[in-house]
Design a protein around this ligand. Structure first.
Ligand SMILES: *Cc1c(COP(=O)(O)O)cnc(C)c1O
Length: 467
């Protein structure tokens, strides 16, 4: 399947070629975005450097953005939108937050990187540990993909076991072994996994249904002494938001530890976002003393918008990493001073007031969406995990529990809703499988602007559902 089709707006895997434009199609000018998309498509596969940006599942012209400030972003044609993408999470404080920009400018003026250690690296590690006492040592990397890849290498190195369990619909970046049933981009494009991953590599990952402890226990029984780790999103957030059922995380940790396997909790999206200590910080309250994952991965917010991610956890496991131990990991740009400065400024400014604000903004937004969709008679569910939310279109008398459930959603309704919101000045994720992100700059006025766009978008979704 070619994502280039999405660029031209002529169709994609999920939009039949020649399909009519979605109801509520944008009336704002898109000439420059369209021109840039064409120029990009000439030199970049599909015109994008990360597939979901191509608008493949929603069709139409992907917007090129030239500016962001607070809760809004402005596209190349000068249209300003309320932004609910937030750079996929990092813009926790709002776009171009003065403290973050200043920290990066100061760091830049002192040199862009030395390939040697800078003080900001341990300061950022300190800040992570302060929020997550389960994390005893931290290693900084540049992407979430590297963080999960390294955590798995540590797990295999420490246990001497080959296999890894992941859950269908959970996304852990694009390393070979983790691309099976990986939600998000793959779900958006209707791909089961990726070409170019060998059968041998794919066979090292067992994919299980989420929220199914019996399936987990069965996998351990079927592969005695073979499973190094279970990797799980703290709350699934790459198939829409799908939090773990009550008791699932506890059961998962107990089961894994009983079978000598480690638990890697992927907080790349949820970390310092779902709450001040991620989604684990929310679940931690409900856990028996001492029951905890062994390794955590972070990304997105922790880099404040620059390329930075991290992994951390039990001291003895983290000490497996070179130069202390036999598990190799390294990176030319790891701990880059600009990235570290952006992450540090973001976390230091994300205090309790900010998290209270994010929670209130997410609550207010959820109520507005719920009201508008209900008023228009649209079958839907608003999904939540801490300050994160997403909207699932379709009939869900019971809450979805796993990937199969969310794959049944009504992507045509999402498409219509997405375009009507865009026309109404709200930038939503261009995929039914992505979370919505608020920021500290999403105040009542901003939520009010979203509320104004909602009724027309709800009617568009209703029309699509009736069709
Ligand atoms: C985004 C994401 C990743 C991958 O991070 P990149 O920085 O895009 O490599 C891994 N895990 C989760 C849960 C994510 O949301």
């Amino acid at each position: 399947m070619s994502v280039t089709q999405g660029i031209s707006g002529s169709g994609s895997a999920t939009t039949a070629p020649g399909a009519p434009t979605a109801p509520g199609a944008p009336t704002a000018p898109t000439a420059l975005s369209a021109e840039y998309a064409a120029r990009a498509a000439a030199v970049i596969p599909g015109g994008v450097n990360s597939p979901v940006r191509a608008f493949g599942s929603v069709g139409g012209t992907p917007r090129f953005f030239v500016r962001g400030s607070g809760a809004s972003v402005t596209d190349a044609d000068g249209t300003e939108y309320v932004d609910l993408v937030g750079a996929w999470g990092p813009a926790l404080l709002g776009h171009a937050h003065p403290a973050v920009v200043e920290a990066v400018q100061q760091a830049a003026a002192n040199g862009l990187g030395f390939g040697a250690s800078v003080p900001g690296e341990y300061e950022l590690a300190d800040e992570i540990i302060r929020r997550m006492p389960e994390v005893e040592l931290v290693r900084l990397v540049s992407t979430g993909t590297e963080a999960t890849m390294t955590a798995i290498r540590i797990a295999r190195g420490a246990t001497g076991r080959p296999l890894v369990i992941k859950f269908a619909g959970h996304y852990h970046g694009h390393s070979d072994g983790l691309l099976a049933a990986a939600g998000s981009g793959l779900a958006t494009f209707g791909l089961p996994g990726s070409a170019g991953v060998t059968a041998e590599t794919a066979a090292q990952t067992l994919v299980l249904p989420y929220n199914d402890l019996a399936a987990l226990e069965h996998a351990f029984q079927s592969h005695p002494g073979q499973i190094a780790a279970v990797i799980t999103e703290s709350a699934a957030a790459n198939m829409g938001i799908l939090p773990p059922d009550p008791g699932f995380t506890e059961g998962l940790i107990r089961s894994a530890h009983a079978h000598g396997a480690l638990v890697i909790t992927d907080e790349v999206l949820t970390g310092f976002r779902a709450g001040s200590a991620g989604y684990w910080g929310i679940e931690r309250e409900t856990m028996p003393d001492g029951l905890r994952p062994d390794l955590f991965t972070f990304g997105k917010v922790v880099g404040g918008g620059l390329p930075l991610a991290a992994l951390g956890g039990r001291r003895d496991l983290m000490e497996q990493l070179a130069p202390l131990g036999p598990v190799y990991q390294g990176g030319t740009l790891s701990g880059n001073p600009l990235a570290v400065a952006a992450g540090l400024a973001t976390l230091r400014n994300a205090d309790a007031t900010v998290y209270d604000h994010l929670a209130a903004a997410a609550d207010a937004l959820a109520v507005e969406v719920e009201d508008a969709l209900t008023a228009a008679g649209v079958a839907h569910r608003v999904q939540r995990a801490g300050t994160l939310l997403s909207v699932l279109f379709g009939d869900y008398p019971v809450a979805p529990a796993n990937y199969d459930d969310v794959l049944r959603q009504d992507t045509a309704a999402h498409r219509a809703f997405f375009h009507a919101m865009l026309a109404g000045g709200v930038n939503l994720p261009p995929s039914a499988f992505e979370a919505w992100f608020v920021s500290a700059a999403h105040d009542d006025r901003v939520i009010g602007r979203v509320a104004e766009a909602l009724p027309a978008a709800a009617r568009a979704a209703a029309a699509a559902q009736a069709a």
